[in-house]
Ligand binder design. Structure first.
Ligand SMILES: Cc1cc2nc3c(=O)[nH]c(=O)nc-3n(C[C@H](O)[C@H](O)[C@H](O)COP(=O)(O)OP(=O)(O)OC[C@H]3O[C@@H](n4cnc5c(N)ncnc54)[C@H](O)[C@@H]3O)c2cc1C
Length: 241
């Protein structure tokens, strides 16, 4: 449990730093623009990083706040009954964690913003950049991430072919999380290339997300669109239950 928490934390940090990098570069250009007109290449670069920041920001907000809840839950579990009492800070951390997926935009609203990264292919383009940066030493991990990327592309195409916004909304979170997992997997591998201590987290995280993404792939792949209607509760059903 502790190891799983540690690798999730490393993954979230990688995504957070990557997102802040995109935001910082865009903001620097905004500051420069106050003093002078940007050159054509600078304008293009600013647009590029703004596009990335616009979809990575909701991605990190939803991913990190949900992970924070899971980590606080597991951490309290490790403490046992004493974790539930006020003797240790985890009792407070557990309560505080719960708001993170609600304020500053709920997870559901972050998903609505982040799905644009899926439909505009911004996530996929960035994944291709990371893929090109992985060194030969890490071919095994790269192969797993490439296979996951192919599955992701396949299932995104399948959802898009249906061309039904309700169907896309229904699967949006699953698609965003699949992309986020691949991105964090690559970022951890790239961190591991720069600093070997991250390689352990990279290996374990990629193992973990391979099965997570497969589960989402299977769910979407086997989903019968006619069943969308079954998810619409009538008020009489709500009163009954
Ligand atoms: C401790 C605390 C501090 C806060 N601090 C601030 C602050 O400093 N400044 C500030 O402006 N606000 C602040 N807020 C408000 C906070 O930002 C809102 O609570 C948050 O944005 C959610 O809005 P809501 O509570 O109105 O929920 P609602 O918008 O009513 O949402 C209820 C539920 O419906 C879901 N939902 C809503 N719309 C959709 C949709 N289109 N699709 C799918 N699901 C949807 C939501 O995800 C949520 O699960 C704070 C709240 C708390 C509890």
């Amino acid at each position: 449990m502790l190891t799983n928490m540690k690798i999730r934390l490393d993954a979230m940090r990688s995504l957070l730093y990557e997102t802040t990098r995109f935001v910082d570069i865009s903001k620097v250009y905004e500051e420069v623009m106050k003093g002078r007109k940007l050159e054509k290449e600078e304008r293009m670069e600013m647009k590029h990083y703004m596009k990335l920041a616009n979809v990575f920001t909701p991605l990190i907000k939803m991913t990190a706040s949900e992970a924070c809840n899971k980590m606080a839950y597991d951490s309290l579990q490790i403490h046992g009954g004493t974790g539930f009492m006020k003797d240790f800070p985890i009792e407070r951390i557990y309560r505080d964690a719960r708001i993170t997926s609600i304020y500053e935009g709920t997870t559901q609203l972050q998903t609505i913003a982040a799905i644009k990264g899926v439909t505009t292919k911004v996530f996929l383009e960035r994944i291709r950049v990371y893929e090109s940066e992985v060194l030969e030493d890490n071919t095994d991990l790269k192969k797993v991430l490439q296979a996951m990327t192919s599955e992701y592309e396949e299932i995104v195409s399948k959802v898009e072919e249906v061309d039904n916004s309700e169907y896309l909304d229904f699967h949006a979170r699953r698609l965003v999380e699949m992309a986020g997992n691949i991105i964090m997997g690559y970022l951890l591998v790239l961190n591991g290339q720069r600093e070997s201590k991250f390689m352990k987290s990279a290996k374990l995280f990629v193992d973990l997300i391979r099965s997570e993404n497969r589960e989402r792939f299977n769910y979407i792949n086997n989903f019968n669109i006619d069943n969308l209607e079954l998810y619409k509760l009538k008020s009489s059903e709500l009163i009954e239950s």
